[in-house]
Design a binder for this molecule. Sequence first.
Ligand code: CA
Length: 233
Amino acid sequence: MRLLLVEDDVMVASGIKLGLTDAGYAVDWVGSGERAEEVLKTEVFDLAIIDIGLPNMDGLELTRRLRRPEVASRAMPVLILTARDALQDRVRGLDMGADDYMIKPFELPELLARLRALLRRSQAATSAVLSFGPIELDTANRRASANRDGQSVNIELGPREWTVMEYLLIHAPKPASKDKLLQALTGWDKEITPNAVEVYISRLRGKLEPHGIALRSIRGFGYRLEIADVPPA
Ligand code: CA
């Protein structure tokens, strides 16, 4: 799960980011509405946490802009953060398309509970099955499978293999860049090296090739899913 945190207060942001990271989310943090809007045009997030009190473009304006179809192509849940006395802000935030709000200061367990509820709802609403050739990724049930002679064969994927596979399938038949795959794996933290992408790609190759799917390297760019020329017998 990849979350975008939009908060200009460094202390608050690093506290939230730490708590969410500990809870197993990949968190990318930006300090302004302008930067958030930019990032959301090219990156995919499962949820955004937006502080209303931001410099220049505030969180309400950002929320309003996010709900324009050309910015967020799918229904990404938005949770806004507001000050205790700002009832009007909360009402306006919900009117502008926010899905929930938290009043600052808040306890981390409550934020986590709200996030889980929002993510459950959005996943139920978009329970997409991604597919390419015989391969299917059921994102609601987190099950990968291949269709063979009318039979559905389970493919076991580790969490990071799943992340890479999901990214490849979302973009197929277009290639996915190695940089973007690395970002999908890590958020923007640098704990993972570019070599890790190659490791997961090579594991996926081993799991996909028996089903007639090739993962072609595109030199200097990344990888593309392809139907193999000669499917195995
Ligand atoms: Ca703020």
